[in-house]
Design a protein around this ligand. Structure first.
Ligand code: HEC
Length: 141
């Protein structure tokens, strides 16, 4: 690895750690089980594994946050309008297909969060099923 790349990676990792220190997060974000993603769209074990391993730290528990915060869609799915929900499902597939999510710095710190091609396939198959099947419970309009 070229030293410059190594430095960049180190600096990014360092910055992330500083962000963690400067912005302590609520440990127990309030959870309404009725609007959890899994309450709205059935999630099969493979996909639920991927979400847990690779997405939940940010999109559910909010352990990590970007500068503008992270949408905790795993927790608030049921409050979305059908349009928004469809759009998000499409985005989830795109993000994982392009390897954009989880972010590079996160993968560096959590190598097990990397998605295998099989993971990507399960996620995209699931987003397709989810977007064409009716919602299990209504969100809170
Ligand atoms: C290290 C934290 C982190 C992890 C892990 C992570 N994301 Fe994200 N994600 C973000 C941030 C930050 C954004 C941009 C801010 C925002 O809009 O929420 C984002 C945005 C997105 C978006 C765009 C829509 C949106 O919410 O704005 C999608 C879709 C997404 N992530 C999917 C995923 C999926 C799927 C995974 C797991 C495979 C994942 N992310 C893992 C931090 C993360």
């Amino acid at each position: 690895m070229k030293p410059r790349i190594l430095w960049t990676l180190l600096i990014v990792a360092g910055l992330l750690m500083v962000i963690q220190l400067v912005r302590p997060l609520k440990q127990n974000p309030s959870i309404n089980p009725r609007i959890e993603l899994s309450a709205v769209h059935p999630v099969n074990p493979e996909v639920s594994g991927v979400l847990q391993r690779s997405c939940n730290d940010c999109h559910a528990s909010g352990v990590y946050r970007g500068p503008d915060g992270v949408r905790r869609w795993c927790r608030e799915w049921g409050s979305y309008t059908p349009d928004r929900s469809q759009k998000l499902l499409r985005e989830i597939c795109t993000e994982v297909k392009e390897g954009e999510m989880p972010g590079a710095a996160y993968k560096l710190m959590h190598p097990s969060a990397k998605l295998s091609p099989a993971d990507v396939q399960s996620v995209c198959r699931w987003t397709q099923t989810a977007s064409s099947s009716p919602v299990t419970i209504g969100g809170e309009e």
